[in-house]
Ligand binder design. Structure first.
Ligand code: COA
Length: 271
């Protein structure tokens, strides 16, 4: 992976953030532990996400793991004895780590998980919260909660069931088995699988394509798909209508039409 300009670090360097050409990147950087997530890393992750969310120049965010062996191997199990040894102790840990994942769940910009190597437990939760998952052919996926004796929780399982269906969710959860990239692709857990040495380039190509497109139109798709996934009784049709109207009235829609007619590349500004 090329060195990234303007890189900022959090959690003692275990979370890195950078942005270039409209693409923000958050890197899980704890390769000695296969990027296992400590509580400090969850909080650094939340900080990096918030800053990229508030950076008007960033139009899409890529999540990736350092070291070439893992995306994220789950929560840092070495912290469990002190912070998650029973229900009362785990309440604070769960609340604080869930608050950071909630930022990703509600993220207003498109997100892509670039998965090379192990993607396990809490790493799966992060990957499943991203809008799109691109994985290397040598990646492996699993949720070993049943091997550890912990419950995976509503949010994680909701996303798993919506991606792979209830039967695959049960098979994965009951056994704690790991599956390879080909199987993950087949069951709909990831959208595309690339040879390991092409993973980063392919992910960035998709990110740049998204970043060049009209931000409001992408937001409209993101909002509408989110509402499609809700129960009909809770669906916010007004939000869909409002973003649809914002697109139709936008400078970008005019730019899109004019650029098409003039056979030139449109320059979108997100308004
Ligand atoms: N928490 C804490 N430490 C972890 C970790 C985790 N989730 N995952 C890996 N590590 C540590 C290992 O303990 C090991 O540390 P050491 O060098 O001090 O012995 C180091 O990372 C490398 O792991 P290792 O098991 O030697 O590498 P591997 O390539 O053979 O296997 C994994 C990698 C990720 C498959 C394996 O480490 C593993 O199964 N980890 C636990 C995954 C898990 O249960 N996640 C769910 C947590 S909720």
């Amino acid at each position: 992976m090329a060195e990234r300009p303007n890189e900022i670090s959090y959690a003692d360097g275990k979370i890195l953030k950078s942005a270039i050409d409209g693409v923000g990147v958050v890197t899980f950087n704890n390769p000695d532990k296969r990027n296992a997530m400590s509580l400090e890393m969850w909080e650094g992750f939340g900080q990096a996400l918030s800053e990229l969310r508030d950076d008007a120049a960033v139009r899409v965010v890529v999540l990736t793991g350092a070291g070439g062996k893992a995306f994220v191997s789950g929560a840092d199990i070495s912290q469990f004895e002190a912070t998650r040894h029973n229900a009362a102790a785990s309440e604070d840990y769960s609340r604080r780590s869930a608050a950071q994942r909630a930022l990703l769940a509600d993220y207003p910009k498109p997100t892509i998980a670039c998965i090379g190597g192990f993607c396990l437990g809490g790493g799966m939760q992060v990957a499943m919260l991203a809008d799109i998952r691109i994985a290397s052919a040598d990646s492996q996926f699993g949720i070993p909660a049943a091997r550890l004796g912990i419950a995976y929780g509503y949010d994680g399982l909701r996303h798993l069931v919506s991606l792979v269906g209830p039967s695959w969710a049960r098979l994965l959860m009951y056994t704690g088995m790991r599956i390879d990239a080909a199987e993950a692709l087949r069951i709909g857990l990831v959208e595309r699988v690339m040879p390991a040495d092409e993973l980063w380039g392919a992910t960035m190509e998709i990110a740049r394509t998204i970043s060049d497109n009209a931000p409001l139109a992408i937001q409209a798709a993101k909002i509408t798909i989110r509402e499609v996934l809700k129960d009909e009784s809770r669906r916010d049709m007004d939000a869909i209508k409002a973003i649809g109207a914002a697109c139709m009235d936008s400078e970008d829609f005019r730019e899109g039409r004019q650029a098409f007619m003039a056979k030139r590349k449109p320059q979108f500004r997100g308004r």
